[in-house]
Write a protein that binds this ligand. Structure first.
Ligand code: BG6
Length: 484
């Protein structure tokens, strides 16, 4: 079989500021919502919801607590000081693109200042210049699971409409500053996560509030409006910008051919594309009305919101894809599986990762085809990868054939999707260098081609080492996907 990746296909890797940078209080940076997430040892973990939420008292305690050991995202992997070394390694693999995010509190420490923090802006200038040295194109997420803590304490995050103006100010600042350095932008990482994990996705503390759905949908509306306004300003600042949205793409299969299971899976997949329906097509889809009614949700829109959404569509649709799961109407089927910010029923045909995520390369082909059919827009896989507990051998090697197998199978299915007619811009595998996990704050859960010597408690030399998958990915890029 030949692998039909286009000549200009953007091969690369992805990270997020809050999971790699560290230096949480350097260069004038304010405290971010990621900096206050406390490490929870495995035996104390109750549920994914517990890991992803935050209460008022927890936040207060964390803000006062300066024990770095408790907050892995404050230290990251020290990318802030080691970006040159890391980018050189990405270049050695032949990256064409590097997906990263800007930390909002590095630019506006409290989020509501009038003037940005010059030291923060300079840091990203330096990173983009370093990338340019190697002809690596930056793909920049403006908001990836963090915001200034002050925006939580003062406004309860995106529950407040005031965040729209503050976000647009921040977006305008970075668009203007990096007008000639960055072409590809994403507004919000996994925007649909606001409905699932309101603190992680939108800086919302729910303490005692019973109308969770109402708050989450309203916050999401504010993010839709903010994204549309940012796109509008971005295009004025540089008409060459390519600005996309970003979705956590869940894929749900019906457990059986029982029509009830099939309808349930259809409805869940529709909901998985609700945000892209709004951001790609420019309006709330008709199916959402019933869902909102059933949950007693009324979204407040201001005059002009609908026109804004309609007139400022994204240029491309990007998404993360790690796994699939299963739904059923039969309540006696209870075996569940872990997952990327969600859980579902087990699929007897699939194997799972060390963290219980179901591995399903063909599912990637399915969602690529489904979303291309639905939107007829270029797609970009901006996250995909395998979290595993790699072992550093005594001779300094890291043998990770399981990661190579996972990635090769997914890339093969992307090739199939392209052959099926899907327009795919690129692929940035997640956590191209080991980083702090978004959901569990672990270091032990490694995704990288590059091993970073650090454990969950922050012990280690932070030395970077090439895994077997490093050499493999280099070969994949050199052969433009032909040599898997
Ligand atoms: C995505 C996020 O949901 O999944 C990333 O955008 C995250 O930030 C990735 O790291 C993997 O999840 P985790 O919890 O294993 O880090």
């Amino acid at each position: 079989m030949t692998y039909p990746f286009p000549e200009n296909f953007l091969w690369g890797g992805a990270v997020a500021a809050n999971q790699v940078e560290g230096a949480y209080n350097e260069g004038g940076k304010g405290l971010s919502t990621a900096d206050v997430v406390k490490y929870c040892p495995p035996k104390e973990r109750q549920s994914l919801e517990q890991l992803l939420s935050m209460s008022g008292p927890q936040l207060e305690e964390a803000v006062q607590d300066d024990n770095l050991g408790n907050y892995p995202k404050r230290r990251g992997i020290d990318f802030y000081h080691r970006y040159k070394e890391d980018i050189a390694l990405f270049a050695e693999m032949g990256f064409k693109v590097f997906r990263m995010s800007i930390s909002w509190p590095r630019i506006y420490p409290n989020g509501d200042e009038q003037v940005p923090n010059e030291a923060g802006l300079r840091f990203y200038d330096d990173v983009f210049d370093e990338l340019r040295k190697y002809n690596i194109e930056p793909l920049v997420t403006i908001s990836h699971y963090e915001m200034p803590v002050h925006l939580v304490t003062k406004y309860n995050g995106w529950e407040s409409r005031e965040l729209v103006e503050l976000f647009v100010r921040y977006a305008e600042t970075v668009f203007t500053r990096y007008r000639d350095k960055v072409k590809y932008w994403l507004t919000f990482n996994e925007i649909n996560c606001t409905l699932k994990a309101p603190f992680l996705g939108a800086g919302i503390i729910l303490d005692g509030k019973s109308n969770e759905k109402q708050i989450a949908f309203q916050a999401l509306h504010h993010q839709f409006v903010a994204s549309a306004l940012a796109i509008k300003r971005g295009r004025e600042i540089n008409p060459q910008f390519q600005i996309g949205c970003m979705l956590a793409r869940k894929l749900l299969y019906p457990y059986s051919c029982h029509p009830g299971d099939v309808l349930k899976a259809q409805a869940e997949n529709q909901m998985a594309m609700f945000c892209s329906d709004v951001q790609v097509r420019g309006y709330y889809p008709s199916y959402i009305r019933r869902h909102l009614e059933q949950h007693g949700v009324t979204i407040t829109m201001l005059p002009g919101d609908e026109a804004l959404l309609r007139d400022n569509l994204v240029d491309f649709l990007s998404f993360s894809y790690y796994m699939s799961s299963v739904v059923s109407v039969d309540e006696s089927i209870t075996a569940t599986t872990e997952g990327n910010l969600s859980t579902g029923l087990k699929n007897p045909f699939l194997k799972t990762s060390d963290w219980g995520w179901q591995i399903d390369p063909k599912g990637l082909r399915f969602v690529l085809k489904e979303m291309h059919d639905r939107y007829q827009l270029p797609l970009f896989v901006v996250e995909n990868g395998l979290g595993a507990a790699d072992v550093l051998e005594l001779d300094g090697t890291i043998r990770d054939p399981y990661r190579i197998e996972y990635l090769a199978q997914h890339i093969e299915q992307m090739a199939e999707a392209i052959a099926d007619g899907v327009e795919l811009m690129g692929y940035t595998s997640w956590g191209c260098i080991d980083l702090i996990s978004a959901s569990t704050s672990e270091m032990r859960k490694r995704y990288g081609f590059i091993y970073v010597d650090q454990d969950d408690a922050g012990n280690g030399t932070l030395l970077r080492l090439r895994k077997d998958s490093f050499y493999w990915y280099k070969k994949v890029i050199t052969s433009n996907g032909a040599d898997l």
